[in-house]
Design a protein around this ligand. Structure first.
Ligand SMILES: *Cc1c(COP(=O)(O)O)cnc(C)c1O
Length: 227
């Protein structure tokens, strides 16, 4: 069985190779290690192998891990799961990023609850395939929604995230990613703070990178499959 450090290394190589294949600069794509459901000891192994960006999906679990790893310097914590309004305070106080913003009310609460002097980085989740089973705003709502988010002083609008529909053909998935890239390029023109297009997971990171992703969120390929 491979160690977490070995699996991390092979994901890094896949990310680099996909980046070069897409004729993009070597460090164009950030790797977010998604550690949901995995023990703190797994995070420590990845950290000791040099990984600093971690993603969590569940508030309670994520906050416990953040508290336990307080003494580990320079970790950047991303909340990537769905967020209910009664849990926003814990997220605002503990995480550095919230990636799946799709309701203004949640964003407003985060803005009000973020620790003074701290800025919370946020991405808007776009439901690019208008999939009934997926969270996210639809593409035609993006302009108005981004404007509202950008007006919240304690949040910094960093970009967009998406999870494409499962079981699409390669061609359909490519279209979804390419549509996201177009939305991202438009948004970047309007907001100086926008620099992040978060798309691609263990199973589709190559295609996402080929279509302009600059942050992939990878769980099982690093930490092994989840129960
Ligand atoms: C779990 C999760 C991931 C990681 O998925 P893997 O297929 O294990 O790489 C990425 N993004 C989100 C939003 C997730 O919930």
């Amino acid at each position: 069985m491979k160690t977490i450090a070995e699996q991390l290394k092979s994901v890094q190589i896949t990310v680099e190779q996909s980046t070069l294949d897409a004729h993009r600069p070597l460090n164009a794509v950030k790797l977010l290690a998604v550690s949901k459901t995995k023990p703190v000891s797994d995070i420590v192994q990845a950290y000791e192998a040099g990984q600093l960006l971690f993603g969590e999906n569940y508030v309670q679990e994520g906050v416990e891990k953040i508290q336990m790893l307080k003494s580990y310097d320079n970790i950047e914590w991303h909340f990537i799961g769905p967020l209910q309004s009664n849990k926003t305070r814990l997220v605002a106080e503990n995480f550095d990023w919230v990636q799946a913003i799709d309701r203004l009310k949640i964003a407003q609460r985060l803005n009000d609850q973020v620790t003074p002097k701290k800025i919370l980085n946020v991405c808007i989740q776009v439901n690019i395939d208008d999939d009934q089973n997926k969270a996210g705003i639809s593409a035609n709502e993006l302009d108005d929604f981004a404007k509202a988010i950008s007006e919240l002083p304690n949040l910094r609008l960093r970009g967009l995230m998406t999870i494409p529909k499962a079981n699409q053909s390669q061609a359909e998935q490519t279209t979804s990613f390419a549509n996201m890239a177009m939305l991202f390029e438009e948004l970047k023109k309007q907001y100086l703070s926008v620099d992040t297009l978060s798309m691609g997971m263990s199973g589709d990171m190559q295609n996402a990178i080929n279509n302009g992703s600059n942050m992939v969120r990878v769980g099982s390929a690093i930490f092994g499959s989840r129960k």
